[in-house]
Write a protein that binds this ligand. Structure first.
Ligand SMILES: Cc1cc2nc3c(=O)[nH]c(=O)nc-3n(C[C@H](O)[C@H](O)[C@H](O)COP(=O)(O)OP(=O)(O)OC[C@H]3O[C@@H](n4cnc5c(N)ncnc54)[C@H](O)[C@@H]3O)c2cc1C
Length: 429
């Protein structure tokens, strides 16, 4: 791997997401050698992935090169590597570019889509966790409309123009809102010879409300906003299967669709070697103590989505969101320096800054610790917060200009099929 030998302790971080980057920033000017490994050479701003899927933003504007984020940090090294296994006996990580010994290891590998064991849904549905997946979805949505234009079979046309989103969390809600806006503002202009009023957007949620972790008011408002946009909201309905054409549920309800978008769950992105039953909870996250140490280890830590830290307020572990990841990364940076110096570490306390979601133009719901608001003001707050947390001045400018342009022109110009999505199993009619 060509990592220079040093007298400093070597800290290996797996993952350049919110958690890994905030930790690396804390440590890389200190007397330690930081080696960050990621299978991508960029950091992804996942909260805006849905805008890439729906042609609102170019993918480059929500990604940033990891090397550039940490270019001024003298003790930082990056390797483009897929970590395959952790050898806890010999303190080594095994990757597709070789192996490396560590003194301290931090697992910040984030999460992956959870299909809850349903192989058919995994095979036929679309996920949206990475930029390539968001681009696949963008292509598929547009290809469906191109195909709908060609067929004279009404059933086929409707199936191509139906979209079913499973999961009423922020991702599902935001995606449903964006698709509804495409139906209203873009499709009639792009496909004047297609009856785009037939396009249907369904969001299916297994529990009694949308945005489950947020306030009742936010949930009610989000539902009302979606219904005003023409989205069909199905609550207390669980999707049980999908064969590439028909979605079945636990209720007396089925959907015919060529596009099932699975936003119903995530689980830890586990790595072999640290996957023993006693180390993980049922969401495949590594159990950690209040210092983010993985159960049974002093020198192996987990942060962000990958870490399950149980607190009184969060008995199933802190939420899998950007804020816990950033805060844990920052605090662990301080704690690791203390550990190396032989000082006592400080227990992590999560400062819950709230949650928010947007449901299309001028509409958002925001729950802060003291204030809750919905509507236009919430939408401006949502935009400001997302711009603030995006990495890179250029990205902020590009996103801002895109948003202003889209707002003024009622448009989304990134509706491009650059890399056609080849569906493995086309529905038969
Ligand atoms: C569509 C979507 C919308 C979201 N919206 C919001 C939101 O509005 N607000 C909010 O707070 N949170 C949101 N989240 C959740 C938030 O993005 C995550 O909680 C956050 O990214 C977790 O940070 P992390 O550093 O733990 O993991 P990640 O940011 O996922 O980073 C993990 C990194 O590890 C790398 N990696 C994984 N496995 C390996 C391996 N074996 N070898 C090498 N590298 C590896 C990955 O490439 C990735 O770069 C959203 C998530 C998604 C998917």
């Amino acid at each position: 791997m060509n990592i220079p030998q040093t007298s400093f302790p070597r800290i290996v971080i797996i993952g350049g997401g919110f958690a890994g980057i905030s930790l690396a920033k804390k440590l890389s000017k200190q007397e330690v050698q930081v080696v960050l490994m990621d299978k991508h050479n960029y950091h992804t701003f996942q909260p805006l992935l849905y805008q890439v899927s729906t042609g609102g933003l170019e993918p480059d504007s929500i990604a940033y090169p990891i090397r550039k984020i940490l270019k001024d940090f003298p003790n930082f090294l990056f390797r483009l590597a897929h970590v395959k296994e952790i050898d806890t006996l010999n303190n080594k990580v095994l990757t597709d570019i070789g192996s490396l010994k560590f003194d301290y290891l931090v697992v910040a590998s984030g999460s992956t889509t959870n299909y809850f064991g349903n192989k058919a849904i995994k095979k036929y549905s679309m996920a949206m966790k990475t930029i390539p997946q968001a681009l696949n979805l963008r292509s598929l949505i547009l290809e469906n409309f191109e195909d709908a234009l060609l067929t004279s079979d009404l059933n086929e046309r409707n199936t191509l123009m139906n979209f079913v989103i499973v999961g009423g969390g922020p991702t599902g809600v935001e995606l449903a809102g964006a698709l509804a806006e495409i139906k209203k503002g873009i499709l009639p202009k792009d496909y004047p010879d297609l009856d785009t009023r037939m396009a249907q957007i369904h969001i299916v949620q297994s529990s009694a409300c949308l945005l489950k972790g947020m306030s009742a008011k936010a949930s009610e408002k989000a539902e009302a906003f979606l219904e005003n946009l023409g989205v069909n909201v199905w609550k207390n309905v669980r999707v049980t299967d999908y064969d590439g054409k028909t979605v079945t549920t636990n209720a007396d309800l089925t959907f015919e669709t060529a596009t099932l978008i699975w936003a119903a769950g995530v689980k830890g992105a586990t790595i072999k070697g640290l996957h023993a039953a006693e180390l993980i909870n049922k969401g495949d996250r590594l159990l950690v103590n209040e210092f983010n140490q993985v159960t049974g280890f002093n020198h192996i830590f987990a942060i962000g989505d990958m870490a399950c830290m149980v607190t009184e307020a969060f008995p199933s572990g802190l939420p899998m969101m950007a804020q816990p990841a950033i805060q844990q990364g920052e605090q662990l940076g301080d704690n690791m320096l203390k550990l190396i110096e032989g000082e006592a570490m400080v227990p992590f306390t999560y400062k819950d800054k709230g949650a928010m979601a947007t449901i299309g133009r001028n509409k958002a719901v925001v729950d802060l610790s003291r204030f809750r608001f919905q509507g236009v003001f919430a939408w401006f707050v949502w935009m400001f917060v997302h711009l603030f947390f995006l990495i890179g001045f250029r990205n902020r400018m590009v996103v801002f200009v895109n948003w202003v342009y889209n707002y003024v022109r009622f448009d989304r110009e990134a509706r491009l099929i650059i890399r056609p999505y080849k569906k493995k199993h086309k529905p038969k009619f």
